[in-house]
Design a protein around this ligand. Structure first.
Ligand SMILES: [Zn+2]
Length: 280
């Protein structure tokens, strides 16, 4: 469990608020956590920052030396751009920030070459990079099927970029839902068990003739239980201060890093905002 101190704007001023972040799952490219003592504005800002403001490397330019395949150069370039590429945490500058004019120097770009002749299927694993830390996350993404004698030869330039510019630079998918709240009017409930039968995800059980939720996180808030209850004793609501987040990385960055960098990006924006406000 991790606790963090964050600054939020509430009403007319600023308030230092303690939000809690409980990691429930962290396996490979997937992460699930619960954010508590927060609010919908902050949860959504975090989600948007994670998908739009965290830079990752993607193929941005492709030079074709030969393309005898059935696909146009533009379609192949688009496919290549969507191949997730591992992004080292440090080492590359954003184009425009390294000082070179074309965005092709070794500080801000990586070159990947592909050479294949049919009959074969050109795969992402056929891309040979100039940096062994900047390679496709998976080597088995099919790019194009080549018939006998067809050649594909290209050089791809990969650069850092932001998801807000193009989806190819999105580090993954970040989504959240409100934590459901199951309210039971104990006086009205007659213990008939209709809610148990109605629940499509089977999270309600009868304990001492009263319905109880076994795992609230599995509740999809479909309200089938409330509708099925003859005395209308159930109300399904949501807690606006508690959010269940799910981060699914493309593999470019570990999910924890996506989250940390998103928080950093939000912090930088607030710092910048505060500097500008002071100048007024
Ligand atoms: Zn450069």
């Amino acid at each position: 469990m991790v606790a963090d101190v964050l600054v939020v704007v509430e009403g007319d001023g600023y308030e230092v608020k303690k939000m809690e972040l409980e990691i429930r799952k962290l396996e490979g490219d997937e992460m699930e956590f619960v954010l508590s003592d927060s609010n919908p504005a902050f949860a959504n800002a975090l989600r948007r920052a994670a998908m739009r403001e965290v830079p990752v490397i993607a193929i941005d330019e492709v030079e074709f030396n030969a393309n005898d395949s059935a696909m146009y150069d533009e379609i192949l370039a688009h496919r290549l751009a969507l191949v997730p590429i591992r992004t080292p945490l440090k080492g590359y500058a954003l184009p425009g920030e390294c000082g070179c004019r074309e965005g092709r120097c070794p500080k801000c770009s990586v070159s990947l070459t592909l050479k294949r002749e049919g009959p074969a299927t050109a795969l992402s694993g056929d891309l040979k990079s100039t940096d062994e830390g900047v390679v496709p996350v998976s080597g088995s993404v099919p790019i194009i099927k080549l018939e006998k004698g067809q050649r594909l030869e290209l050089t791809a330039i990969a650069r850092l970029g932001f998801g807000k510019e193009h989806a190819k630079w999105q580090p993954g998918v970040v989504a959240y839902k409100y934590i459901p709240v199951f309210e039971l009017n104990e006086k009205a409930c007659n213990g008939c068990g209709a809610c148990v039968k109605a629940c499509p995800v089977n999270v309600i059980e009868l304990v001492g003739k009263k319905p109880k939720i076994s795992d609230i996180m599995l509740c999809t808030m479909c309200k089938a239980c409330a509708e099925a209850c003859p005395p209308k004793a159930i109300r399904i609501g949501s807690d606006p201060t508690k959010f269940f987040f799910r981060v699914e990385s493309s593999g470019a960055l570990p999910p924890g890093q996506i989250l940390l960098k998103a928080m950093g990006a939000l912090g930088d924006k607030l710092d910048e905002f505060s500097k500008r406000v002071k100048k007024l």
